[in-house]
Design a binder for this molecule. Sequence first.
Ligand code: NDP
Length: 235
Amino acid sequence: MLPVDAPQGPGLAVVTGANRGLGLGVLRRLAERGHPVVLGARDVEKGREAAEGLGNVHVHELDVTRQDSVDGLAAWVREHHGGLEILVNNAAVHYDTFQTAIGADLAIAEEALAVNTLGAWRTTVACQDLLRRGARVVNVSSGSGSFGETDGAGGTPAYAVSKAALDMLTVKLAADLRRRGVLVNAVCPGWVATDMGGPGGRPLDEGVDSILWAVDLPPDGPTGTFTRDGRPIPW
Ligand code: NDP
């Protein structure tokens, strides 16, 4: 049954891959706003270090490629909060080796799909009955997966394919969850200076703002969109 009764005050937020980078930035902002937050980290120790000094944070072991791990998180949310207001599917892997699609190492492609696409899918499915009316699911995607923004050549095809698939997943989940009043949107944070983005990207806060745009949508806001800095970008 859908938990429609929203709690008093800001509701629970779950952020995956939140022990560093953009995930930690988003989590920190939500905690500062008074949301109780769940910091999903595949290494709990790293998660605890990242959560130091933040109020109302629960660090939970979360590897989005493992069903038992995702189910464990959902069970914890059910037991301790009964429902969920914000789910940010942020966890992802990239890789440094530039490749062509024709010459790709398919083990890398499998990992990218397992984490970046199926991870968000698995987490959303596991949490579906927890999502309160008006809840926002934000899939952190990338312009790398955009048909409209690619020139087709080289780059990181496994990552690009995994993000393009995440975008289609976003559209499908948005349609499925619309009647329950749950918004599902994909967001590109832009090129951001994190471990993944490397030096030269824009400041973390700007990427965080791009993601929070979809978190801050009103209950009757758009669903099934793909944006950067709050503006639509091509699929
Ligand atoms: P980082 O590499 O800095 O952080 C990635 C996070 O994902 C880490 O916490 C990592 O955990 C976690 N993670 C990886 N695999 C798993 C897994 N199987 N289960 C759970 N967590 C996992 O990346 P960013 O912060 O830069 O990226 C965040 C999001 O933004 C990603 O979705 C990325 O694709 C997207 N993005 C980033 C851009 C950029 O320029 N930075 C550009 C466009 C999109 P651990 O510490 O254990 O490795």
